[in-house]
Design a protein around this ligand. Structure first.
Ligand code: ARG
Length: 273
């Protein structure tokens, strides 16, 4: 079912991208109309951002290798892709770290220009924000202690099974697990680290979290493993304020170019071996 939803969403995204390109082309011809108060004729339509000259990115920087701290600095796949997008748009990138479940509010209320946070496109989120075309695939993985009775995703759904699941608050892992297993069995932690600590202490039986951060957690904490069977497949994209079509078209165009010239592949290869 989730795979079907993902497929449908991917198609919607692709169609959105196609629209973005055609409407972008249309808008450009429109803006050359002599509606000149300033006397500046035939200049390209200027993007309006939250702060002039800046592109403010909302993220949650506890999500290695997409966004995480190296000293004071936030680095990672999303941080580098954002820097490339900002450069293409001629804007200065500003990264703001916040709780994952605050990102959509920051974007929709207009305090950030876009959210880039390994964020999955979902129907629910599409009610509050628009999404760019997808720039990466994500997988919800299941992390368990070595020797766990949970050896396959199906074990979570077995008759009489009542495993305690840890997730990161406001993520798709949180939403899907709550749907599948009920709120009583799901505990949401403010970030992935805390979910993993709860697993290490035995407060939960497994943690459902995106595959790449899962790998980083397993590498840094002895006694944990990732199940070979996955929980869900997803698409990551940038979220943008609903109706800000100019910014969405510009971000789509930038991502499209960064995919086409291999920049995104190179950035991903740097962080994911
Ligand atoms: N892909 C998941 C979601 O969209 C988790 C993303 C968490 N990202 C982060 N930067 N903490 O819900």
């Amino acid at each position: 079912m989730k795979k079907i939803i993902c497929l449908v969403l991917s198609m919607v995204l692709l169609m959105g991208a196609a629209f973005a390109f055609t409407s972008c082309a249309k808008e450009e011809t429109k803006t050359t109309a002599p509606e000149t108060k300033t006397g500046e004729e035939k200049t390209e339509e200027k993007l309006v951002t939250v702060q002039e000259g800046k592109l403010i990115m909302a993220t949650n920087a506890y999500f290695q290798p997409y966004e995480y701290y190296e000293g004071e600095k936030i680095i990672g796949i999303d941080a580098e892709i954002a820097a490339e997008i900002a450069e293409k748009l001629g804007l200065e990138l500003v990264i703001e770290d916040m709780a994952f479940d605050s990102i959509i509010t920051a974007v929709s209320s207009g305090s950030a220009d876009f959210g880039l946070a390994g964020m999955t496109v979902t129907e629910d989120r599409l009610k509050d924000v628009d999404f760019s075309i997808s720039y990466a695939n994500g997988v919800q993985a299941i992390v368990v202690p070595e020797g766990s009775a949970i050896t396959h995703v199906d074990d979570l759904y077995a008759d009489g099974a009542a495993y305690k699941v840890g997730v990161q608050l406001g993520t798709t892992g949180d939403a899907y697990a709550t749907d599948d297993f009920g709120a009583d069995l799901v505990t949401a932690y403010p970030n992935g680290n805390e979910a993993i600590n709860a697993l290490l202490k035995g407060d939960v039986d497994c943690v459902i979290i995106d595959n790449e951060p899962a790998k980083a957690f397993v590498k840094n904490n002895a006694g944990l493993k990732i199940l070979e069977t996955t929980y869900a497949d997803e698409d990551y994209a940038a979220c943008i304020k609903k109706g800000n079509d100019a910014l969405r078209a510009a971000v789509d165009k930038a991502i499209q170019e960064l995919i086409a010239d291999g920049t995104i592949d190179a950035i991903v290869a740097k962080y994911i071996k």
